[in-house]
Design a protein around this ligand. Structure first.
Ligand code: ADP
Length: 416
């Protein structure tokens, strides 16, 4: 059984990083100094009788995966089951537990140690994120019950964007919606945007002596969920997601920006409820709907190359919307020094990056095809995929949200 690294005052060891979604649970044991994972777990169909958890342990470079059935029909039960199994393994000492929480509202501007009051506030914020915060909170409750001697830390997707000025977070809607219901833009993917913008700033400072305090960066996180953020001197000043992750870019299954009148039209024509229509905007739209084929860029790229019209259209709309938003975010920065691409698509899809840069040539971004094909790995500065020159550059920087959660957790445990 692993010992509790924080209890004796030492912070050497690993952090349990928990990401409890509405039907999935991800869990990893992350060394906050090296980013190494001694263990990672992915639970699927959580909440149903056929829930499964794939548990991979890595030791001496060798990985072993076993699949377990957490005989539990709740998040809480499934996570408790997995944590119990974890305690039986021969693992490094534990420093603390870091929890991903989607919505921190206007309350949380950074990561915090979890106490009963914080947990209550996370529950209260469920009004703004009914699909996410209840699952995040039940993950915290389960983990606190199984690991009561460890510090638990909440890391919010929204916190990085709390530096946005009011002009960028207000919707032009009746004041009561904002004042009483909290209807404003909060932004998401903050952990990824923070990790990637810090890493890009470090690369550019080391390679080019750029001043990180004035750096103007747009980070485009392109994965199944997609968002772009304007980062000025290390602070988020504008972002594409809003009250929920539905706003902004076209995503795997989410529509992104939409005329809200569409909802009334579809409700009138189909008799479906607003809840059902919003569910379809989240789960049956985006690349999947446009292509009529798949939400997966790898599949779509292959089919587009074979001439599939739907796949081509989906990629074109995806790229056009992304390019429009990147350009729009330069307004919040007053210019652009670096476009930073991350997420499964941003890190891997050479064709999508090439299409995106093609639509942003007027900003001075000129693709270096060889560097792009190599994901910028051989470039200076590291990750560069545009031609060298005096203008802005585009670069690929892999994200690691779990590592940032582990670092925040270790830092708060150390302070305590
Ligand atoms: P999530 O948001 O669920 O974490 P990811 O960041 O893993 O998702 O991104 C998933 C997307 O990345 C999918 O559209 C997938 O097709 C795309 N992707 C992953 N690997 C590649 C690759 N090698 N080439 C092209 N696209 C890829």
């Amino acid at each position: 059984m692993p010992s509790s690294g924080s209890v004796g005052g030492s912070v050497s060891g690993s952090v349990v990083v928990v990401n409890c979604g509405s039907s999935s649970v991800k869990l990893a044991l992350v060394d906050p100094r090296t980013g190494e994972r001694a263990l990672s777990c992915l639970g699927e169909r959580i909440g149903s009788p056929d829930a499964v958890v794939h548990m991979t342990t890595t030791s001496g470079g060798e990985s072993t995966t076993r699949t377990i059935n957490p005989a539990a029909t709740t998040h809480r039960g499934a996570l408790a089951h997995v944590l119990q199994r974890l305690l039986d393994l021969d693992l490094p000492p534990l420093v603390g537990v870091g929890h991903r929480v989607v919505q921190g509202g206007s309350v949380f501007r950074g990561s915090v140690r979890v106490d009963d009051r914080v947990l209550e506030q996370i529950h209260e914020l469920s009004a703004l994120a009914p699909l996410h915060n209840p699952a995040n909170a039940s993950g915290i409750e389960a983990a606190r019950a199984v690991l009561p001697d460890l510090e638990h830390v909440a890391v919010f997707d929204t916190a990085f964007h709390q530096t946005m000025p009011e002009v960028n977070y207000r919707y032009a809607v009746p004041a009561r919606w904002y004042e009483e219901f909290g209807v404003r833009r909060y932004g998401m993917h903050g952990t990824s945007h923070r990790f990637v913008s810090q890493r890009a700033a470090q690369i550019l400072t080391d390679a080019d002596g750029r001043d990180p305090g004035t750096l103007r960066t747009v980070v485009a996180h392109l994965g199944n969920g997609c968002s772009a953020t304007a980062v000025l001197g290390g602070r988020s000043v504008d972002t594409t997601m809003g009250l929920t992750p539905l706003e902004g870019l076209v995503m795997g299954t989410r529509s992104g920006d939409l005329d809200p009148a569409v909802i009334e039209l579809v409700a009138d024509r189909t008799g479906e409820s607003v809840t059902e229509i919003v569910r379809q905007l989240n789960s049956a739209s985006g690349l999947l709907a446009l292509s009529g084929l798949s939400n997966d860029v790898r599949t779509l790229s292959g089919k587009a190359a074979e001439g599939h019209a739907g796949a081509r259209l989906a990629l074109d709309v995806f790229v056009h919307r992304a390019a429009k938003h990147v350009a729009a975010l330069t307004v919040s920065l007053g210019g652009l020094d670096a476009l930073v691409l991350t997420g499964g698509i941003g890190e891997n899809a050479v064709n999508v990056r090439s299409m995106l840069l093609g639509r942003l040539a007027h900003l001075g971004l000129v693709e270096d095809p060889a560097a792009n094909a190599d994901h910028g790995r051989g470039s200076t500065p590291a990750g560069r995929i545009t031609a060298p020159g005096p203008g802005p550059l585009a670069m690929v920087v892999p994200t690691d949200e779990e590592l940032l959660i582990a670092r925040d957790t270790a830092a708060l445990v150390r302070q305590h």
